[in-house]
Design a protein around this ligand. Sequence first.
Ligand SMILES: [Mn+2]
Length: 375
Amino acid sequence: MKFIHVSDTHLGFNAYRTLCTDPGPHKGLNQREVDTYRSFEKFVDDAIELRPDAILHSGDLFDSIRPSNRTLGFAMEQFLRLSREGIPIVIIAGNHSMPRIRETGSVFRLFDHIEGVHCIYRGGYEKIRIGDMTVHGLPYGEGDGYLSQLDSIASTDSRYNVMMLHAGVSSLKAFQNPNTNEQVIEDSHLQKNMDYVALGHYHGYQKILDNAYYSGSTERFSFSEARQEKGYLIVDLDKGTKEFVSLPARKMIDLPYIDALHLDVESLTKEIEDLIPDDVDGAIVRMTINRVLNSVRSSINVKKIKEQFSTAAHFDLRMISSSDKMSVQSTSAVFGHIEDEFVSFVNARPIENIDKQHIKELGLNYLKKEMGQSD
Ligand SMILES: [Mn+2]
């Protein structure tokens, strides 16, 4: 039994204003959205070549509860490719797929009609048998109901038992201060005599126990993922091997902060010049300059700096004034990342009937004003 564990593909995610210029069907679309398609398509190419007995997708297939027609069409095409090749796929719903009200229904219903595609989204634990393996899938949930369902999962007498979950685990640093409603479980919940536990939700590739892994996401979705490898895991239960395979995710560069408090225009300009990486082609780059004196700030040649990033997919220059009361106390990472925190908070909350992108733009604008950015 050999399967591929993949997760957090967030199809349809979009960010920034950069549009795809590659000739072909994606031309003119948001570049970040195209990135989610490109890595997923490469994943499906790989899978067809690798010919696994199954693919297990641990949640957040789509970025939103209501993916666009384009995103749906893309997913449909890719699932049909797998179906035609006779490669079954099991998908559990993640937190990005859970409607707040039942009437919304689930997009996964569409895929129930494709041979070999098994979606677990109806709110409860389901078992799916593939060859000599039983897959125990639990869609994302919150509260005690989720934990009691998790506790009810037990291995069967099939040769192999594999569990799929979309949740944080408390032993990971990223989940030690969870959002109030986020589902975080103890490692003890993973010890169920399973041959493997395919985890989703955390976007980095990470081993939790000998038999429990996060495969991570297939693209980078925030600067906190800048240094993470992106890809999927090939798990061979007969041989007892696990192999991580990289996918070509978009490069993200979060440059070290410049503390400008004691710098005049000339020395700050030099520091900026020194910091510009040789290769920014196609990358998403962020530069943060803290504690800039107002007199210096107005004389900095922003246009010239930006020109040097003209080949980047996106360049984010943030200058935080020394006079801003928020930055007087410290130049710590808190200020550099508050926007990321906000975006990931919005991303993590299912919101219906309002465009998430609109909420993000509004919120980021407020933050920008508060932080006195000029960009
Ligand atoms: Mn996710």
